[in-house]
Design a protein. Structure first.
Length: 195
C-alpha cells in the first residue's frame, strides 16, 4: 500500500475507465461536445427557447415550434405563444412584424435583446414607474386635502373672532348698575324667565 495521494490517483484512474460514452456511441469525441450535450438537456424550457432565439436572430414562431418539436418534445407546443409574449413583456426578446411570402401574411419575428440594452430598458421603465407613482401620491394627497376642506362645512370655513370672556363677579356687575338700568334688567329677565 502506497501513500494516500497514490491511492487516490489509482481510484480516479479506475473511475475514468468506467465512464461510458453518452448514448452508447463510442465514436463520440470526448470533451466540450459531451459537456454541451449534458448542459442542454439540463436547461429549463425557457433557457432552451432563449438559446435558440439567440442563435437564430429574427426567427419566426413556426421555426421555433418545429425546432422544439424535433429537439425538445418534452416542451408542450401550446405554451410557446404565451412564453414568447412573456419574453416580450419582460424585454428578453424584441418582436417585429415581418411579411412571410410562403404564408402570404404578416408574422412576428423574435430577436434576443442584449443584456446591456435590456438593463437600460428596465431602468427607463423603472424611472417612468417611479414618476407615475410620485404623481399618483401627489394626486392622492390633493384629493385628501380637498375632502377634508369639504367636510369642514361653511361655519368652520369662515374666520371666527374670539369672544371676550367676562370673568367679573355677577354681584359686582349688579351693584355697579344705576337704579334705572337695574330695574330695566330686572323687568327683561322677568319676561324671559317668567315669575
Amino acid at each position: 500500500m502506497g501513500t494516500i495521494s497514490a491511492e487516490i490517483q489509482k481510484v480516479m484512474a479506475e473511475w475514468d475507465k468506467q465512464v461510458t460514452p453518452l448514448h452508447g456511441r463510442d465514436s463520440q469525441p470526448k470533451g466540450e461536445t459531451e459537456v454541451k450535450a449534458k448542459t442542454v438537456n439540463d436547461l429549463t424550457s425557457t433557457a432552451k427557447i432563449l438559446r435558440f432565439i439567440e442563435a437564430n436572430p429574427t426567427v419566426q414562431k413556426a421555426r421555433i415550434d418545429s425546432y422544439l418539436k424535433i429537439n425538445h418534445p418534452e416542451i408542450p407546443l401550446g405554451y410557446i405563444s404565451t412564453m414568447l409574449n412573456q419574453f416580450t413583456k419582460r424585454n428578453l426578446v424584441t418582436r417585429e412584424e415581418v411579411y412571410d411570402r410562403n404564408l402570404n401574411k404578416h408574422v412576428y419575428a423574435y430577436t434576443l435583446v442584449p443584456t446591456e440594452e435590456r438593463k437600460k430598458l428596465l431602468d427607463s421603465k423603472r424611472e417612468r414607474k417611479m414618476t407615475m407613482v410620485e404623481r399618483a401620491r401627489v394626486a392622492r394627497e390633493a384629493k385628501r386635502l380637498k375632502a377634508e376642506k369639504k367636510e369642514q362645512g361653511i361655519s368652520e370655513a369662515l374666520p371666527t373672532t374670539q369672544a371676550k370672556a367676562y370673568t367679573a363677579d355677577t354681584q359686582e356687575f349688579v351693584n355697579s348698575l344705576p337704579i334705572g338700568k337695574a330695574r330695566e334688567l330686572y323687568d327683561e329677565l322677568k319676561k324671559i324667565f317668567g315669575g
